[in-house]
Write a protein that binds this ligand. Sequence first.
Ligand code: HEM
Length: 319
Amino acid sequence: MIRRLPLIATLSTYILIFLGVLVVGFDAGLACSDWPLCNGRIVPPMEGIILVEFTHRTFSSLTGLLIVWNAVVLWRNNPSDRLVRILAVTSVVLLILVAVMGGVNVLNKLPSGLTAIDMALAVLLLAVLVVLTVRVGRNAGSDTVETTYESVDKLNRMKGMYKPALLTAGAVYLETLVGGFLKHSSAAHTYVHPEAPLAKELVTTYNVAEIVMYVHMLTAFLVVLALFLLLVYARKQKVFFKQSMSILLLLGLQIFLGFFSLVTKLELLTTTAHMAVASAMVWISVHIAASAKFSETKLIAASPSEDQFPFNRTVVTNG
Ligand code: HEM
């Protein structure tokens, strides 16, 4: 269980992002009027939007505890790995920021559009947890590093995937930010309902809504380009091909869901699925980038001098 803690915290955060979108979609943020009780009760009647908000609250408390527990365990177990310690602290700081921003959003203290910051921070938290999971997994398997010609060659090829994977992760994250703004500024609403813009929201004129929509579509094109590069590299280096292909499949689904959201005039299930797919794309692309980056350190530990090839040997490292 302890060994799998970073992965469980990551999965839990992923589900929480999904639940958060449902809360916004159902406008359930204020369904429980008090805290920590919900409408004066520990367990409120499980119906309608109260069920949505209560599930989100309970799950977010559990996820919060999980992230803090994960950070404490990793801090204690990795005294010599500075990066793990920095990422562990970062995950807790981001958790606090997400919680504070969530509260500020509920109290309507931020101008429309800026509420997307909460979502942006939550996705960043997911990315940090993915990097932690990869790093800790790498540490667990790094007591012994095989230095056969094949394994060193594979590490070398993995290392070459770092830049295209980072570019893909960056493009997907940027697209997620633009998508968040499109939603939270109500530009998407104004775009599909130009006759009935929401008065208090940021984008209420069709022309501006159209521009934000086009920026979102244009950024999707950037994701396509970055992913194309990633696939070319994955094919050439013969590593991470399946993972890159799965991002391609998700991208196809995402573009479909994006257009379907417009056709259905932002029907909740479609837009929620759109967010879930975006987070999955962030997860996989960050996983590839982190695995590629950390293969570098493994490579340094494993690199035998020229004259040691082609003999196989095993070295002991401390990560
Ligand atoms: C790489 C591709 C894409 C990614 C990663 C992406 C990501 C996102 C994200 C994260 C949101 C905010 C969701 C939320 O906060 O709940 C969003 C909103 C939206 N996206 Fe995309 N998107 C992509 C492509 C597209 C495409 C091609 C379209 C087609 C028109 C599209 C249409 C929309 C619409 C209409 C919204 C607003 C949904 C709402 O107001 O509920 N997206 N996108």
